[in-house]
Design a binder for this molecule. Structure first.
Ligand SMILES: CC(C)(COP(=O)(O)OP(=O)(O)OC[C@H]1O[C@@H](n2cnc3c(N)ncnc32)[C@H](O)[C@@H]1OP(=O)(O)O)[C@@H](O)C(=O)NCCC(=O)NCCS
Length: 192
């Protein structure tokens, strides 16, 4: 199977980018990432307990994910710039059979916004989803006012499906979401 990593050389705007799967050794840098981005990311997140924003909470998060990763239900990536953690991009709820689909979520460090990092990460994860993982569809959902995320999805070839009312519990309330998808045009349906 083609490696589940991607890399991009440095450009004038930013350093060298890479996608790597979570390891237990990442808990410290993940805790620091979530702590320094807490105020900005909280409005886009489901309920997070206090521990989530710490290295110990991230160690538990990685530990809880291991079973899903081993079963191929989840592919949680870190986005690195010159080796430093600058974002996350997570494929989850991987479903096979007639759906052959996964859900994508992502965030980028507040100090590294508008450098094309999310666009590169989303494109790269979709490439992984379509080629080595052989999925037919990647889905995403954004809050209706999340223009940054919608712009990323649009620039990465996602199409809007529509609006789902009260779709997810975010920041303490059931919030309407715009649903998006990108479909793999070369994928043949599984045999009946
Ligand atoms: C959404 C998010 C990941 C975008 O990260 P990013 O690395 O800044 O995105 P990119 O640099 O790849 O942006 C691509 C394009 O999106 C658009 N864009 C990005 N941020 C924008 C903003 N705040 N307002 C309007 N457009 C924006 C721009 O068109 C941008 O290209 P340009 O700056 O060259 O014109 C980041 O803002 C973030 O972490 N938000 C909080 C978490 C979140 O909302 N996650 C998604 C949940 S669905």
């Amino acid at each position: 199977m083609q490696a589940l990593t991607r890399a991009h050389p440095a450009t004038g705007r930013r350093g060298a980018l890479a996608l790597t799967l979570w390891t237990v050794a990442d808990a410290g840098s993940m805790g620091a990432y979530w702590a320094r981005n807490r105020d900005r990311l909280t409005p886009t997140q489901p309920h997070r307990d206090e521990a989530f924003w710490t290295p110990a909470g991230q160690a538990s998060r990685i530990d809880r994910a291991l079973g899903d990763v081993a079963a191929g239900r989840m592919f949680p990536f870190l986005v690195r710039e010159n080796g430093e953690l600058v974002g996350e991009a997570i494929l989850s709820d991987v479903s096979r059979g007639p759906f052959c689909s996964a859900r994508l979520g992502y965030s980028v460090d507040g100090a590294r916004l508008r450098l094309g990092i999310a666009s590169w990460a989303v494109d790269s994860v979709v490439d992984i989803a379509f080629t080595p993982l052989a999925l037919h569809r990647v889905a995403a959902a954004t809050l209706l006012d999340n223009v940054a995320s919608q712009a990323v999805l649009r620039s990465c070839g996602f199409e809007p499906i529509g609006v789902a009312a009260a779709y997810l519990a975010i920041a303490g309330g059931w919030r309407d979401h715009a649903l998006w998808q990108r479909v793999n045009p070369t994928m043949t349906p599984p045999a009946a």
